[in-house]
Design a binder for this molecule. Structure first.
Ligand code: ASP
Length: 437
């Protein structure tokens, strides 16, 4: 059994957090591969090391001394080293970076050093070996990751060993360092898990899993126990702030379960993301999560006899394509079709679109409704349960929330309702209390 663990910035913020990481790793002998982020915030006004490194780079670029910012970074790591009682020679690592900084280090190499230093310290603290990600995460010239090559290299380096790996960066074919997008250590962890055929990829952060609703809207929402990758996509597409699907493709491809866990509450089971979730008969929960977004516009084109006019829908959608507007939903009736789009996507071209629609399909009328919020109820089990949509619409109706649009696909992975922006928070709360508690 092999578990690959990734610890995020808050789990690496200081010696207290390092001690929690050590306890977690040592509590299970299959936890042998550890990927780490740079030190993150210790408290809300604190700075992330990655942000300070970016700031250092900006200073150098504009010819301002980066000395004081670099000192802040150095202090954080020296403090962690001392408080963990380690003898790692972090000063000479810092000195090397400083010298390079004065002689023109690349932005990517500089910004990657947060993860590098975190991993060096964590490797010593755990008594694991350090593997530099520049030696195995390989980018292609077009900036995408050469997964097969990277997997092969990591297998050679890490096979059967206990290792700590810095997240967030790799190397270009010429050896120069390249960073990933922000939050990229999640990708490194997923790549390592996929390369080593891990049994599970544990992503340790500061929340006990993905929540069923936004905690800014619903008080203390429950964490999701099991969620499929498809549901995760639905939730994140509709606005839930969860791991982005793009960051975890390596584990999804290999069908490795991903467990989101809380470093500050390691006994919590967290959320388990899988291709197919086990059917838990005791689980009366038919929905997985509720999410949504504000600021959509609905453009409704009506024309009597439209449903028998071949090519009508295509002609309508072509207009949106011409203006490069992405269409979210297309609910339709016999004599009308509505096109739901994000308002910011049409803010500059709405009148041009209406003009083109007029020319293309000669409708009886075109109506635009703005300030619409979309609420999405997501759940793989909804398809087996009669009355789910009825319950949803009844709950909104009883709370006097006017539904402006409805959309549900045949797979019934989600049910979508459009409400006015002003009703958005209330709609999420009402649905949460009627479906969850
Ligand atoms: N340290 C990087 C960031 O702040 C990468 C990561 O933490 O995943 O975005």
């Amino acid at each position: 059994m092999l578990k690959v663990l990734k610890f995020g910035g808050t789990s690496m913020a200081d010696a207290k957090q390092f001690a929690k990481v050590k306890a977690i790793v040592e509590s299970d002998p299959s936890r042998r591969v550890v990927v780490v982020s740079a030190a993150g915030k210790r408290f809300s006004e604190d700075h992330k090391i990655t942000d300070l490194l970016l700031l250092c780079h900006a200073h150098v670029k504009y010819g301002v001394s980066a000395e004081s910012v670099f000192d802040m970074i150095s202090q954080r790591y020296v403090e962690i080293r001392n408080d963990c009682g380690l003898s790692t020679d972090i000063e000479s690592e810092l000195q090397k970076i400083k010298e390079k900084l004065l002689n023109g280090i690349s932005k990517d190499e500089l910004v990657s050093r947060g993860e590098y230093l975190s991993a060096r310290l964590m490797a010593d603290y755990l008594g694991f070996e350090f593997i530099d990600s520049a030696h195995w995460v390989r980018f292609k010239l077009d900036g995408t990751i050469d997964t097969e090559k990277s997997y092969e290299l990591l297998r050679e380096l890490a096979d059967g060993r206990k290792v700590v790996i810095p997240g967030f960066y790799g190397a270009m074919p010429n050896g120069s360092i390249r960073i990933m997008s922000r939050g990229g250590s999640d990708i490194t962890g997923a790549l390592a898990a996929a390369a080593l055929d891990a049994d599970v990829y544990e992503n340790w952060t500061d929340v006990s899993g993905i929540l069923m609703a936004d905690p800014r809207i619903v008080d203390n929402p429950e964490p999701i126990k099991y969620i499929t990758y498809d549901e995760l996509r639905e939730l994140s597409h509709m606005g839930a702030q969860v791991l982005h699907e793009g960051t975890i493709f390596p584990v999804r491809q290999k069908n490795i379960p991903l467990n989101i866990r809380n470093t500050n509450a390691p006994e919590d089971p967290g959320s388990l993301i899988m291709e197919n979730c086990p059917d838990d008969d005791n689980d009366k929960q038919f929905i997985t999560g509720i999410t949504g977004k504000k600021n959509f516009s609905i453009i409704t084109v009506a024309k009597s006899g439209m449903s028998s006019e071949v090519g009508f829908l295509r002609k309508v959608l072509e207009v949106f394509e011409k203006y490069n507007v992405s269409v979210e939903y297309v609910p339709s009736g016999i004599d009308s079709v509505s096109v739901v789009v994000a308002s910011k996507g049409v803010s500059d071209c709405l009148y041009a679109i209406m003009g083109d629609l007029q020319k293309n399909v000669k409708p009886d009328s075109i109506n635009v409704t703005e300030n619409i919020a979309i609420v999405a109820v997501v759940g793989r089990k909804m398809a087996y349960k009669p009355g789910m949509s009825g319950r949803l619409f009844a709950a909104l109706g009883e709370s006097k929330i006017n539904i402006r649009m409805i959309s549900q696909s045949c797979e019934e992975l989600n049910i979508i309702a459009g409400v006015s922006n002003d009703d958005f928070e209330k709609a999420v709360q009402v649905l949460y209390s009627s479906f969850v508690k």
